[in-house]
Design a protein around this ligand. Structure first.
Ligand code: 6GU
Length: 260
């Protein structure tokens, strides 16, 4: 394994689900160039009974099956000595903490990640004492952790040196600054009656920067108001945002004397 490479180890009962990711352009290139390693481990191979049982009925009753702890832990114990001691072990669960960009940035410092993907109703809870993080990718339920693991792999891998060519696109994108990114436009100058905002055609970069920063603020306030909490906003930007917000409110809700 090359010194400067980042290793993903995925514990899953469905390793085939990761084949698409392996062949995808950016990630596929990074894998081929040894910047990245992606290894899947099917813990069914660590079962010891002749039916290779990975799940069992829940104590206390209820629907569904629970993933037995023994084969997962055997698999994990065989893997961890082969990895750097500080490699985080992450269990994927809709009952986890929310995965966010800051965590992607922290994990991208290396040396790798070990991701445990569940299926069925979940893992036996006693697995949790053997992991460093329990993480969810959002407030909805997936059938298993694999798609969530792929989201995390992509979010982390694209921050690694040598995976994305353009470093500026990493600092300017949504969430890296705590705000949503401003809108983008390309040709044609007019599309189905909608023109590109005039300021972007003028070549005044100070004006363009200001327009983009303000559009970021407006978009974030509209779509993700909770991200505005604790944000320090320049006084002129604040005045602009408040006026723009008031205009939008007025357009959306006609004054009461306009109504019948
Ligand atoms: Cl990490 N797993 C599952 N099964 N569902 C999820 C999730 C994870 N994150 C959001 N929904």
């Amino acid at each position: 394994m090359p010194e400067n490479s980042f290793q993903f180890d995925i514990l899953t009962l469905f390793p085939g689900l990761f084949d698409g990711l392996r062949n995808e352009s950016l990630l596929g290139k990074a894998l081929a160039s040894d910047v990245l390693g992606l290894h899947t481990h099917n813990w069914r191979q660590w079962t010891t009974d002749r039916h290779n049982t990975v799940d069992d009925l829940p104590f206390g009753g209820g629907p569904g099956m629970v993933l037995k702890p023994e084969p997962i832990l055997s698999c994990l114990r065989e893997l961890t000595p082969q990895r750097a001691a500080k490699t985080p072990v992450v269990l994927l669960s809709p009952a986890g903490r929310l995965f966010r960009q800051e965590l992607a940035q922290e994990w991208a410092q290396g040396p790798g990640l070990i991701l445990l993907c569940g299926r069925y109703e979940g893992f036996d809870a006693r697995i949790e004492q053997h992991v460093d993080h329990v993480v969810s990718i959002g407030d909805y339920v997936l059938n298993g952790g694999e798609v969530a693991a792929m989201a995390i792999i992509e979010a982390v891998a694209r921050l690694l040196p040598g995976v994305i060519g353009n470093a500026a696109s990493l600092t300017e994108e949504s969430h890296s600054s705590g705000l949503l990114e401003h809108p983008h436009y390309t040709r044609p100058r007019e599309f189905e009656g909608e023109p590109v905002p005039e300021v972007l055609l003028g070549g005044n970069h100070a004006e363009i920067d200001r327009w983009r920063r303000r559009q970021s603020l407006l978009r974030t306030k509209l779509r993700r108001p909770e991200l505005m909490q604790g944000l320090v906003i320049d006084k002129k930007d604040r005045t602009w945002l408040d006026a723009e917000w008031a205009a939008l409110q007025a357009a959306a809700a006609p004054a009461s004397d306009d109504r019948d």
